[in-house]
Design a protein around this ligand. Structure first.
Ligand SMILES: Cc1cc2nc3c(=O)[nH]c(=O)nc-3n(C[C@H](O)[C@H](O)[C@H](O)COP(=O)(O)O)c2cc1C
Length: 147
C-alpha cells in the first residue's frame, strides 16, 4: 500500500473531477489517498508520493487555487529527495505554445525539488477527448500498481 497525496489545480472543475476519479481508483486498489484542492506547503512536506493533476489557465498559467502553493514551493524549496512524483496536465492544444503550461511548471518545480519522477509529464488534450478521466485514471492506476 502506498500513501498518495493528490494536489489539484482546477478553475472550472475538470481537473478536480479527474482527481476525484483517480482518488477513487487508488483507494479501490488499497492505497491511502488524500486529495488537496486548496493545498498548502505543509501538505506537501507530509506527502510520501506526490501526484499533481492540474489544468492550465490564462496564457499557460497555473490555476489560482495552486498559484500560492507553487510560489511557496519555489520560495521555500522543501526538498523531496527520494520521494516520487507524477504530474498530469489537462490542457487544450489550440492554445499553442502554452499547451499544458501549468503541468510543465509543476513538473519543473518538483524536479528542482529533487523528486523522482514516476513517469514523464502526461498531458491530456481537450481537443482530442471530452473525457480526460478516461486517460488519466488508467495512467495513475499503472503508476501505483502493486506487483
Ligand atoms: C480562459 C482559459 C484559458 C486557457 N488557457 C490554456 C492554456 O494556456 N494552455 C492550455 O493547454 N489550456 C488552456 N486552457 C484549457 C483548460 O486547461 C482546459 O479547458 C481544462 O480542461 C480546464 O480544466 P479545469 O476545469 O480543471 O480548469 C484554457 C481554458 C480557458 C477557459
Amino acid at each position: 500500500m502506498a500513501s498518495v497525496s493528490i494536489f489539484v489545480g482546477s478553475v472550472y472543475g475538470n481537473a478536480q473531477h479527474v482527481a476525484e476519479q483517480c482518488e477513487e481508483k487508488l483507494v479501490e486498489m488499497g492505497h491511502d489517498v488524500t486529495l488537496f484542492g486548496e493545498p498548502e506547503i505543509g501538505d506537501f512536506k507530509d506527502a510520501e508520493n506526490v501526484v499533481v493533476i492540474t489544468s492550465t489557465t490564462g496564457q499557460g498559467d497555473l490555476p489560482p487555487n495552486i498559484e500560492f502553493f507553487a510560489q511557496d514551493l519555489r520560495d521555500q524549496m522543501p526538498l523531496m529527495t527520494g520521494k516520487s512524483f507524477a504530474v498530469a496536465a489537462l490542457g487544450d492544444s489550440s492554445y499553442g505554445d502554452t499547451f499544458g503550461g501549468a503541468g510543465r511548471t509543476m513538473f519543473d518545480i518538483l524536479t528542482e525539488l529533487q523528486g523522482s519522477p514516476l513517469a514523464d509529464l502526461f498531458i491530456v488534450d481537450a481537443m482530442e477527448t471530452f473525457e480526460p478521466e478516461a486517460e488519466v485514471v488508467p495512467w495513475v492506476e499503472q503508476l501505483f500498481k502493486i506487483n
